[in-house]
Design a protein around this ligand. Structure first.
Ligand code: ADP
Ligand code: MG
Length: 990
């Protein structure tokens, strides 16, 4: 009831938007009419004119009507022309409809325009792209695959070029130079991952600004935005490479015992489910027997959710209902203990909904009878505090024991994690459903939405290695992450983001909460006359598929084209086999090759065509009806399973009845479908099914649709909260990435990268002064001060004495020290080639950042894993994660600063420069010898041990020499560049 009201209200909100746009549409159309009398040149000249006006202060909103009218008029002029798109000739026949103008306005305002399939979103995007490109910034359009980027950029390119704008397109195999050129255009088309990876390469890897390819994150329209920002949002973009040191993987070691454990559990569950079956089929079973039986059945469900016999038993709705009831009861607080006992009889428990797996006591004992605690995390805090109380132990011994305990904690943690992943791999991940093993022995993930193989992609967190171990294939080398970002966070960088899709409304809350994007539903150009029939429900998958085949046969007989949507590759194949048996010619689309796929889908509307496609296959391709097909009722869309998300179902239905065409859609469901098994078994649905169905019986009722939708809503919400949670975690890293990349870019772009260096040095010194006790009441601690002087003199050729700054307040002291370092640096500079030095300075910063940032990324990943384990301790893992991450970041910044401090005087652009610098420093040191104010320190000044007091040490020690570039060849008989005075062959050349 409430939902209905809400829908009505939101509908009003959309109508309001449209009503507001109407007068602008009229204005655009009036202007367009005027422009019809202009010459081509005069129309084209508008582009420059607009640009001038914007430079002079006009806003994009001011010129929107004229700009849109210009684009529309250009489209009109193209009509009848043959244009080349992806090596195909086609005749341009589009002039923007009014609803397309409205869609264009929504996009310009940074909204999501929901426009049905076939409404011409490709053309809609030209309006805001043209308008925003007038601001001389790079405007971008994101497509779902490379083929569509190429197609749309070429297709719409004719329009842009007519108006004097340049358009580029990013393709996977392109070189940096080609990419740079494409981003240099006014408008750039490409996929989300290409854009994202370019960003990562630009900001996390490029070492020269010339290597950066993107120039802007100004305005971006994401086509099929739901697919990219919702379906793909959980997969981060990662650039990685092999790790320098390979750790030993725990999976092969643990696999044999886990396999035994899984076998044991399967045996146990088979026995249990067998017993249950006997009881349930016995006519005279007592109520008590039955209760007991369902408890056992629940055990099976928890221990082996995909058990075949269990699945079969669940085909009887009454039993299914009973089990759900028992499960509900067991999960209530009352039955905590019983629930616990039930689980403790298993070796491990699987939570299918939460995708988790844990060992039980029994499982731990099975794995290590002699030491079941081997898989329990040691309680470090208690251990440590006990240690502290052991007064007989020496501090070293305590430290040793602590270290051992910590190491054990880590090792056990790693094993627990690996075991849990192996259990998941065995119990929830099925070969040929979630993944396939390719002929060359790799585990390739199957995309659950498209059915497409995703070679190279890996499940995170060791799951992939676990599956590899399970399948007995080579475990891929561990990699190091060089740079990573989630799609979500990439798109949040744009000054203005917009999107278009046929299906956004059901996810409006998510778009709003995460991206601050509002959805507006744009009316269709012509009314949609599609017939959406009630879902029909069958008892088994088999009877469902048979019914589907019958339905296809019927439609096929009269020549009506049918598009059959499946949720998995496996289902596509089953259907294809069945159709072959019925002698029906058909095409199967598994979304492997986009271009081919687009061709096949485009033909799906021809008379007599039967096309089987996984859910997302061919998205973005238009299905036009063949001759006479409209009279047969248009395209018939058959869904063979409800997807987890209503949106994907809507997407499938939307494939028919475009632009006012006739068409109908119908979904077939069985009680064995995942969605039904997991989420729809309670509620009114169960009531209806109470009167037990026979194998071939079918059920259809509007109430049924409702209850399925509410199951979908449940899953959608669950998935949304997972994505939101993920984002909260990712936000932490995202902020850190922003800071690091900003510093990195600063060094890359600044004419004075040394500023970054000196900022870092200044900060480091301030920190060190503070920890030495400067600024505290008693002043610096003598020991710490001594350490500080030592540190300064080993890192910078400054020959400082404590007396030089110990009496000063912290800030003054910092000034003195940094001042001395700058003087030394000025000397270094005078010995160097200026350009080469600039280059070196940049390199220093970038190298320090990259080294430590990449290490940090790995540590953060590990942190996330271990936080999962820690949440056993009743703490909110996110809070824990945040505070740890903050500490890690502090350490990261420390490490970067220290590396910069360490290398700034130890590297030179070449050896001669280094030599020169040392000579000059030595000379200046002599000039500033005893007698200079700093040196005339009171004799009481604490001198470094072993050093004659009052004899300031100003000679330069540069411990390790790092030579970066242009190393001149040193002859064997030349003096050694290290400055020893010996011949090279007798010194470092020896
Ligand atoms: P969408 O992306 O919204 O599903 P497309 O951009 O693929 O739709 O366009 C669908 C079809 O509609 C294309 O064949 C296109 O040529 C056609 N079309 C779009 N806009 C117009 C128009 N204004 N006039 C005529 N045909 C149009
Ligand atoms: Mg499209």
């Amino acid at each position: 009831m409430f939902g209905f009201l809400l829908k009505k209200l939101s509908g009003r909100h959309y109508r309001k938007f449209v009503a507001k746009c109407r007068p602008v549409v009229d204005r655009i159309n009036a202007l367009e009419q005027e422009y019809q009398s202009l010459s081509d040149e005069a129309l084209r000249a508008k582009t420059d004119d607009f640009r001038q006006r914007i430079k002079a202060g006009a806003t994009l909103d001011d010129i929107l009507p004229e700009a849109f009218a210009t684009v529309k008029n250009a489209a009109r002029r193209l009509c009848g022309r043959t244009v080349l798109v992806c090596e195909h000739e086609l005749v341009w026949n589009m002039v923007h409809f009014d609803v397309q103008l409205i869609g264009g306005m929504a996009l310009h305002q940074g909204k999501i325009a929901e426009m049905a399939t076939g409404e011409g979103k490709t053309l809609v995007a030209t309006l805001p792209l043209y308008l925003n490109a007038l601001a001389s910034r790079n405007c971008q359009l994101v497509t779902v695959n490379d083929y569509l980027a190429r197609r749309d950029s070429q297709w719409m390119g004719h329009l842009y070029q007519f108006l004097g704008l340049t358009v580029g397109c990013i393709q996977n195999q392109m070189s940096p130079a080609q990419r740079r050129e494409a981003y240099g255009c006014d408008i750039t088309y490409g996929t989300a991952s290409e854009f994202g990876f370019d960003y990562l390469r630009d900001n996390g890897m490029a070492t020269r600004k010339e290597d950066q390819v993107q120039r802007d994150h100004f305005f971006c329209i994401v086509d099929e935005i739901d697919s990219i920002l919702v379906d793909e949002a959980r997969t981060p973009l990662i650039i990685s490479g092999p790790m320098a040191i390979q750790r030993e993987q725990p999976y092969p070691r643990l696999k044999p015992s886990i396999q035994r454990l899984v076998d044991e559990q399967t045996r146990l569950c088979n026995r249990l489910v067998g017993e249950v079956k006997t009881v349930l089929e016995k006519a005279d079973a007592t109520a008590e027997d039955k209760t007991d039986a369902f408890q056992k059945l629940l055990q099976v469900k928890v221990g082996s959710p995909k058990n075949k016999l269990l699945m079969r038993l669940m085909e009887t709705p009454e039993w299914r209902k009973q089990l759900d009831k028992v499960e509900l009861e067991m999960n209530s607080d009352f039955n905590k203990e019983a629930n616990f006992r039930l689980k403790e009889e298993l070796f491990f428990v699987i939570d299918e909904r939460q995708h988790q797996a844990d060992l039980t006591e029994k499982g731990r004992t099975f794995l290590k009878p002699e030491d079941p605690d081997a898989f329990v995390l040691p309680d470090l805090p208690t251990l440590f505090s006990d240690l502290e109380r052991e007064h007989d132990l020496s501090p070293e011994e305590k430290e040793n024991r602590k270290r051992t305990a910590r190491e054990r904690f880590e090792a056990v943690g790693e094993d627990i994690h690996a075991i849990s992943q192996l259990l998941r791999a065995y119990s929830l991940y099925e070969r040929d459903v979630q993944y396939v093993v390719t002929p060359d022995g790799k585990v390739a993930i199957v995309d659950e939405n498209t059915g497409r193989l995703m070679p190279g992609r890996r499940w995170s967190d060791g799951l992939h290695a676990a599956v590899e171990a399970k399948e007995g294939v080579q475990i891929e080398r561990e990699t190091r992450t060089y740079a990573t970002i989630t799609i979500q966070n990439y798109f949040r960088m744009y000054a203005k983001l917009a999107g278009m899709t046929g299906t956004a409304e059901t996810e409006a809350t998510e778009f709003h909460e995460i991206y601050k994007l509002d959805v507006v539903v744009i009316p269709t150009n012509r009314p949609c006359i599609r017939k959406d029939e009630n879902d029909v429900i069958y008892k088994t998958r088999r009877s469902k598929f048979q019914a589907v085949i019958k339905e296809i046969e019927a439609a096929h007989k009269i020549g009506q084209p049918v598009l059959v949507g499946t949720v998995s590759v496996e289902a596509s194949e089953v259907l294809s086999r069945m159709l072959r048996r019925s002698n029906i010619t058909h095409a199967v689309l598994n979304a492997k090759f986009h271009e081919q796929e687009a061709d096949i889908v485009a033909r799906a509307g021809q008379r007599g065509a039967v096309t089987i496609a996984t859910n997302m296959a061919g998205r973005g391709t238009d299905i036009k009806l063949g001759e006479g097909v409209a009279d047969l009722g248009g395209l018939f869309v058959v869904g063979t399973e409800r997807h987890e998300s209503r949106r994907i179902d809507r997407q499938l239905r939307g494939r028919c009845s475009r632009q006012g065409d006739p068409g109908r859609s119908k979904f077939y469901i069985s009680l064995e479908d995942d969605l039904m098994r997991l989420f729809a078994s309670a509620g009114p649905l169960a009531r209806i099914m109470e009167k037990s169905m026979t194998e071939d019986e079918e059920l259809a009722h509007p109430l049924l649709n409702r209850s399925i939708e509410s199951a979908q809503k449940k899953v959608e919400q669950q998935n949304f909260s997972i994505r939101k949670r993920l984002l909260q975690y990712d936000d932490v890293l995202n902020k850190q990435r922003e800071i690091i990349y900003a510093i990195r870019n600063d060094a890359l772009h600044s004419d004075e990268p040394r500023k970054v260096i000196f900022d870092m040095i200044g900060e480091e010194i301030a920190n060190r002064l503070e920890s030495a006790g400067f600024g505290e009441k008693g002043g610096p601690v003598p020991q710490a001060l001594e350490g500080l002087v030592g540190w300064l003199n080993t890192h910078f050729p400054v020959g400082l004495h404590a007396a030089d700054f110990e009496k000063l307040p912290a800030e003054e002291a910092a000034k003195v020290i940094v001042g001395r370092i700058s003087e030394a640096y000025a000397l270094k500079e005078s010995a160097e080639n200026r350009d080469a030095l600039l280059h070196l300075e940049r390199y220093l910063v970038i190298n320090a950042i990259d080294n430590h940032w990449q290490e940090h990324l790995t540590e953060m990943e590990d942190l996330r894993k271990s936080i999962g384990l820690r949440s056993y301790g009743q703490k909110d893992p996110l809070v824990e994660y945040k505070s740890e991450a903050f500490r890690y970041f502090g350490e990261l910044m420390d490490n970067i600063r220290v590396q910069i401090c360490t290398s700034v005087f130890r590297s030179a652009t070449n050896l001669i420069a280094l030599e020169n610098m040392k000579n000059m420093l030595a000379r200046s040191a002599r000039l500033e010898g005893p007698g200079t104010p700093q040196a005339a320190a009171p004799a009481a000044a604490p001198a470094a041990p072993g050093e004659p007091a009052g004899e300031p040490k100003r000679e330069i020690k540069l411990p390790v020499i790092q030579v970066k570039r242009d190393v001149p060849k040193v002859g064997r008989n030349d003096p050694c560049p290290c400055g020893s005075g010996k011949k090279y062959k007798n010194c470092h050349g020896a």
